[in-house]
Write a protein that binds this ligand. Structure first.
Ligand code: GLN
Length: 494
């Protein structure tokens, strides 16, 4: 009898201890883990309980309870035999467009109904090899198309900081999961801002790596020449470690660069004195920019100048062309990428179809949501003969001009500083009816995807409406190491 009470008391103690404590970094969690304050199994279960208690936020489409708890037990054994990987005790969520073998994946779309992945994305393999726990798949805009998560076939994700507001998108579930502490790190994808914009809306850090730094193998394609997988977390150190593990060449993705991955997690060199920083005048003077975000960026500029850095205004004459060119090119790529969802190969097939043609028509009309259909139509139009030259070709030329100008700026400066988003998280329904208003959400984020450079959103702003907002820093291609050092400096200073 006595021993029975002891066991209950011990379990209660551990449950309570792990459950109430919010961990803010991998280092903090591993310090307690290696001090035997709890096991990975207990930690994993506490996250699962927390996810359950916040179910109304609709962040997770599925919790991988069985595989997560099994993996946790294995990691506990490895800790005992002192050969655990670098991500022991790190609980990570994956956006519902990143494959995990033998687990469901839907890209938040009805068209992939009941589809189970036959292989894991390279990033998932690499994280698992370092003993991360993949806790579940997070809700997102359907096929990563959107800026508010309102395009998911499985309902809205609520922003944990204000449940009347959107979490951003398309990786809305990922950002909300980190903000609500339902996992320590989340993986998202970013084609035009889908990691950085929700990170800004939820007050977390979000990185879009250089195009080609991280393998896209196993990420469901939206616009292949723009898409990148990247992490969302609470601090730069965690982002750096996750990148160090995920990045690098991959035989399964010919666009993944095989150049050496620096040890991002070692912050040996602090920010260089007299760092050269540019800010784009037209961004700060954009009429859509919230005045409080503008004044926060000005504060950052003044502080950096006072530290002796060179911070200068630069011209970028293409701001108004970014969003239109992005939507011409990405919809073109999407119309091609999404042609594989035909009601035959896999996923949803309409029960109302009677022949081959009606199988295509009905499965695609019933399986895809309205925004995805709009983009497939638009993309098909800009690629169709007679319009190809006028739209797609022209879009490519605009992309080249934008790349040239951005490279010219980055030849003279180490970083470009700009807002992540024009405003803070908006209320549900506020922009949903007007696609153009929604597309303009991407005005500051798409430049990095059009050009392939890395960009990070740092949660160093707080609005009088009590919502957070991010400040964005862009760097030269493959300059993630420098970007992390500079970001850490900004995070420490503000
Ligand atoms: N909001 C942008 C879009 O809807 C970005 C999406 C993304 O980065 N996946 O295309």
């Amino acid at each position: 009898m006595t021993s029975c009470y002891i066991i209950i008391a011990r379990d209660f103690f551990y449950f309570y201890f792990v459950f109430v404590k919010t961990y803010n970094s991998i280092a903090e969690i591993q310090s307690d883990l290696f001090d035997n304050k709890f096991t990975v199994t207990e930690l994993t279960k506490s996250y699962i309980d927390k996810i359950e208690s916040k179910k109304h936020l609709n962040i997770f489409l599925e919790v991988f309870e069985k595989s997560a708890v099994e993996k946790a037990a294995l990691v506990d054994e490895k800790i005992k035999s002192k050969n655990a990987g670098r991500l022991a005790g790190v609980v990570i969520s994956i956006k519902d467009n990143i494959c995990y073998k033998n687990h469901k994946i839907s890209a938040s779309s009805t068209i992939l109904d009941s589809f189970e992945s036959l292989f894991s994305a390279t990033v998932v393999e690499r994280l698992l090899a370092e003993d991360a726990i993949i806790i579940g798949r997070t809700n997102c805009d359907e096929f990563a198309m959107g800026s508010s998560n309102e395009n998911s076939a499985f309902g809205n994700v609520l922003n944990p900081l204000d449940e009347n507001r959107v979490p951003g998108g398309s990786s809305g579930g990922a950002a909300a999961a980190v903000a609500a502490d339902l996992c320590l790190v989340a993986l998202g994808t970013d084609t035009g801002g889908s990691i950085r914009q929700p990170a800004s809306f939820c007050g977390v850090v979000g990185l879009k790596p250089t195009y080609g730094r991280v393998s896209r193998y196993g990420a469901i394609a939206y616009a292949s020449s723009f898409d990148q997988i990247g992490p969302l977390a609470k601090n730069i150190e965690d982002i750096a470690l996750i990148m160090e593990i995920m990045a690098g060449g991959d035989n399964y993705d010919s666009t993944a660069a095989s150049s050496t991955v620096p040890t991002y997690s070692k912050f040996v060199n602090d920010i260089i004195p007299k760092t050269r920083i540019a800010y784009i005048k037209d961004c700060l003077e954009n009429e859509g920019l919230d005045p409080e975000i503008k004044s926060r960026i000005n504060e950052v500029i003044i502080k950096l100048k006072s530290e002796g850095h060179i911070v200068e205004e630069v011209d970028f004459p293409y701001l108004d062309y970014l969003v239109p060119a992005y939507y011409v090119l990405t919809t073109a790529e999407a119309s091609s990428n999404l042609s594989r969802y035909d009601g035959i190969t896999y996923g949803y097939r309409s029960p109302n179809a009677t022949d081959l043609e009606s199988t295509y028509k009905k499965s695609r009309s019933e399986g895809f949501g309205i925004e995805v259909q709009r983009r497939i139509m638009l993309g098909t139009f800009v690629l169709s003969s007679g319009y190809y030259e006028a739209y797609y070709s022209k879009g490519q030329k605009v992309r080249r001009l934008i790349q040239n100008k951005t490279n010219e700026i980055l030849n003279n400066y180490d970083f470009i500083l700009l807002p992540t988003t024009p405003g803070t998280a908006f209320k549900f329904g506020q922009k949903g009816e007007d696609p153009i208003a929604m597309y303009l959400e991407d005005i500051f984020t798409v430049q990095a995807n059009m050009t392939g450079i890395p960009a990070i959103s740092l949660p160093i702003g707080k609005h009088s409406n009590k919502m957070p907002f991010g400040i964005q820093v862009m760097a030269k291609k493959f300059a993630e190491q420098e970007l992390f050092c500079f970001s850490k400096h900004l995070m420490n200073s503000f």
